[in-house]
Design a protein around this ligand. Structure first.
Ligand SMILES: Cc1cc2nc3c(=O)[nH]c(=O)nc-3n(C[C@H](O)[C@H](O)[C@H](O)COP(=O)(O)OP(=O)(O)OC[C@H]3O[C@@H](n4cnc5c(N)ncnc54)[C@H](O)[C@@H]3O)c2cc1C
Length: 467
């Protein structure tokens, strides 16, 4: 036995686990199936030579807020984060776009009659700060000693527990306020009539005020490269192009798997009861993603949108709720909610104007959504298509071929419903632990779920070290 621990998969969760285990002096081997490290942090020249595109994550709000990265773990201090002048924008057909600024007060002012409710919900969550974030990113503990964190969480939960459609219609009075809430909540990839969809929206908006919605300069790959460099500096051995098919291939007392339940089921002999519980795990919808190389910025009808890193397209709360409800019931919306990122608003080092956008589709969909996505962009930016030099499309099957954790195109590692927020992938006080001694799961299919926060890796490594 030459290693004390093997980590399978180098997404942000696998990388955090690998670094933390190596920090304890263990001899750690990191095995990655793809040709590059990073999983959802990979950047590639998807369109034209020299154009850097993030294949997965770009907006690093969760990373900056996460206890796994905040405390200087993993050498992320080497990575430069660039903030767009405006965190997010939500264009509307017949009126100015809603702008979400770093400053909560300035954002609230732009919401007119909804200023007070923005301050009381999003603003209050941002003011509660890291203690609240820590509770949400560590829903099963270890919990902070400060009782004020629990009081803030209880206040947050009152609104967060509601479906976004309910909170939007009950608490917000303006078209703008309702629309911006819906655009934020739709990141959850859930039907907006489902519980806790408000929670996703309120948290993401609060993070815009707390830490901003920045990008890693040069592409998200810079974060993966920094974590791998840190891991190697600690003596870790990291290998690409090595897909683990069976746990029998691995010879180490500790094994940490950055994989989802379906892959785990295929690679391990598991006790029947645990196997059945994993088989019940539900994947979420897929996405259809487009990357473009442009010859200039997107010609937004409202020029203020140009300053935003992220843009939510789809119009009013009613329209976005309808599009997400159609997707959740297995259909393809002709006017989908589109989540768009324009990295050049913050980072001029990506070889020119690159852009990406995706819409949600039923899991495993084979429908080409290029026309529907570009029509939504044209709706708010007439003349957009004339700026396109090259485009690259990825449907669910392409995404899964890129990273096998994206099952059926699900970029969240499993449905983000209330039930699967903590029953992830099984109901347990420590779901990162499996019934196999020394074997841990750490992917986004464990709490707290999707996004670049590394907390699955943090939890799995913590348990592995404790033994
Ligand atoms: C298009 C897209 C946009 C996104 N946008 C954002 C965003 O802006 N902000 C944000 O915070 N999050 C975003 N996300 C989500 C985020 O990227 C993921 O939640 C995060 O990467 C999950 O990390 P992970 O470590 O669990 O898994 P992954 O990042 O999926 O990594 C898993 C790794 O394990 C490897 N692997 C799997 N099986 C094996 C095996 N058997 N052997 C060896 N290696 C294996 C895979 O190749 C992959 O490299 C986005 C995701 C996508 C796809």
């Amino acid at each position: 036995m030459t290693h004390d621990a093997v980590v399978v998969g180098s997404g942000p969760n696998g990388l955090v686990a690998a670094v933390l285990l190596a920090q304890t002096g263990r001899r750690v081997l990191l095995l990655e199936a793809a040709g590059r490290f990073g999983g959802g942090l990979r950047s590639e020249e998807l369109t034209l030579p020299g154009r850097v595109h993030d294949v997965g994550a770009t907006v690093m709000a969760m990373a900056l807020a996460s206890p796994a990265f905040r405390d200087g773990l993993g050498g992320l201090a080497e990575v430069e984060f660039a903030h767009p002048p405006v965190a997010a924008a939500h264009p509307l057909d017949d009126r100015p776009a809603v702008l979400v600024h770093r400053d909560a007060g300035r954002t609230a002012e732009g919401l007119g009659r909804d200023a007070a409710v923005w301050r009381a919900t999003v603003g209050a969550a941002a003011r509660a700060g890291f203690p609240l974030v820590d509770l949400l990113l560590k829903p099963l503990g270890p919990w902070p000693a400060d009782p004020r964190a629990f009081a803030a969480a209880a206040r947050f939960a009152t609104a967060a527990a509601l479906p976004a459609t309910t909170l939007g219609r009950r608490a917000f009075r303006t078209v703008e306020g309702r629309a911006v809430l819906a655009g934020m909540a739709a990141h959850s990839m859930l039907d907006l009539r489902a519980p806790i969809t408000s929670g996703y929206g309120l948290l993401l908006a609060a993070l815009a005020h707390l830490v901003g919605w920045p990008l890693a300069k040069g592409g998200s790959q810079a974060m993966a490269d920094a974590l791998v460099a840190r891991f190697r500096a600690l003596g870790g051995e990291a290998v690409t192009g090595h897909q683990v098919r069976s746990l029998k291939e691995l010879d180490a007392p500790t094994i940490v798997l950055d994989v989802t339940p379906r892959q785990f089921l295929a690679m391990a002999e598991l006790p029947p009861r645990y196997r059945r519980r994993l088989e019940r795990f539900r994947y979420g919808p897929g996405v259809f993603k487009l990357d473009w190389a442009l010859d200039g910025p997107v010609p937004w009808r409202d020029p203020a949108v140009a300053a935003a890193g992220t843009v939510h397209l789809g119009g009013t709360l009613e329209e976005i709720a309808l599009s997400e409800a159609e997707m959740a019931s297995g259909r393809h919306s002709p006017r989908p909610y589109v989540l768009l990122v324009q990295p050049y608003a913050a980072d001029p080092t990506r070889g020119g104007h690159t852009l990406w956008a995706y819409c949600h589709v039923p899991n495993g969909s084979t429908v080409d959504m290029t026309g529907a996505i570009e029509t939504q962009i044209e709706r708010f930016a007439p003349g957009f298509r004339d700026r396109v030099l090259a485009r690259h499309a990825m449907g669910p099957a392409d995404l899964e071929a890129f990273d096998s954790n994206l099952v059926g195109g699900d970029i969240g590692g499993g449905l983000a419903s209330l039930g699967q927020f903590v029953r992830r992938p099984v109901w347990s006080p420590s779901p990162w632990r499996t019934p196999l001694p020394g074997v841990f799961l750490c992917s986004a299919s464990t709490p707290p779920g999707a996004a670049v926060h590394g907390m699955g890796g943090w939890q799995a490594a913590r348990l592995a070290v404790r033994g």
